[in-house]
Design a binder for this molecule. Sequence first.
Ligand code: SF4
Length: 351
Amino acid sequence: MSHSATTLLDLTPAAASLRLAEWATAEGLPKYRAAQLVRRLWVAPVASWQEATELPKALRERLDRDFPLPRLTLDTLQDSADGTRKYLWTLKDGEKVESVLIPSASRRTLCISSQAGCALGCVFCATGLMGFRRNLQPSEIACQARELVLRDPEDKPTNIVFMGMGEPLLNWPAVDTALTIFNSPAGLGVGARHITVSTVGILPGMKALAARPEQFRLAISLHSPLPAERLALMPIEKKYPLKDVIEAAKAFQQRITFEYVLIAGRNDRDKDALALASLARRLGAHVNLLPLHPGGSDELVPTAPARIREFRDFLTIRNIEAVVRRSRGLDIDAACGQLRVQMERKRRAQA
Ligand code: SF4
C-alpha cells in the first residue's frame, strides 16, 4: 500500500486487488480469494467484512483487522417534494460534506463533494462563504456513492457530477483516483460520459484531466464572460483568467458545458448573453442556466424567471444550446454547501 493510503477504499480497484493478492499470498490463502474480496469493495459492497458471509468467519475477522472498511456517518437526510435527496455526511475528524441525489425518469445523478469547504470564495456560493477546511481522501469522495448503495442498491447512481462542495481540480490526486473508482467495471461501473467534473478553470488540473484517456465530461463554472465582472464574482479569475481557461478547454474532445448562475444586473444583460454566445460558439459548448440559490452574498438578487427565459432565447436564436436547469430541491437547500451552513447556524442557535 502506498504511504498515504490508509484503506483499500483509497485505492483504485486494480491497486486494491494487487494489495489483496499480496496479502492473500502472505496469509497462505488460495489465489482466487483476492478476486472474491475485491468485489466486496465496490461491485457488491459490504458495510464490514462480517457481512461477506461467503467467506469463512476466521478470514472475515482477519480482514476486519487488516483492512477495516471506513464509513461516512449520516448526519442529516433531507427529502424534497420533487424527489431530490440531500445527505450531510460526517467524516472521521468531524468535518461535514454534502451529496445530493437527483432522480429523473431514467437517471439517478449524484452530486458529490471533493473538499470540505472551499478556498475560492465565489460570492454567490454558500460553500465559498464557509472557507476551506481540507481536501477529501479518495475514499471520502467515492464513499458518498458507496454509502448510498449500502443503504439501498436501487439508489446506485447512474451519473456522477463533481458539483458539490469544493473545487475538484484543486484536489486532483484524490479526484483522479475517485474517477477511476467510479468508472472502473471493478468499481462502480459508471460510464465516463456520465461523469462530469465541474471546475472554475484550474489550469494544471484541466491539463491532467484532459490527459486521461477516458471521455470524462468537463463543465466550466463560467458565470460571466466579461473579465471584470467575472473577477468580481469569482476571485480565481485573477489567477486563471477565463481566456486561458477557454484555451485549455480546447484539449477536450467531448462536449463541454458552461455553468451559468444568473444574477440580476450582474451577468444577465444582453451584452453578457452576446459575449457568452461567442465563447460557447468557439468551444461548441452548451450552456446550463441556473437560478441563483440563496446562501451566498446577501447583495445578490436572482434574475426573474421571465428574464431567465429571455436570456435563454437570446442564446438559442444564436444557435447556442442553452437549457434552464430546474431549481431542484430548493425546499431542502440543495445548492452546494447550503445544508452544512444551515445546520451549523441551527447548532450555534441551539448552543
Ligand atoms: S462555486 Fe465552487 S469553486 Fe466557487 S466557492 Fe463555491 S464550491 Fe468553491
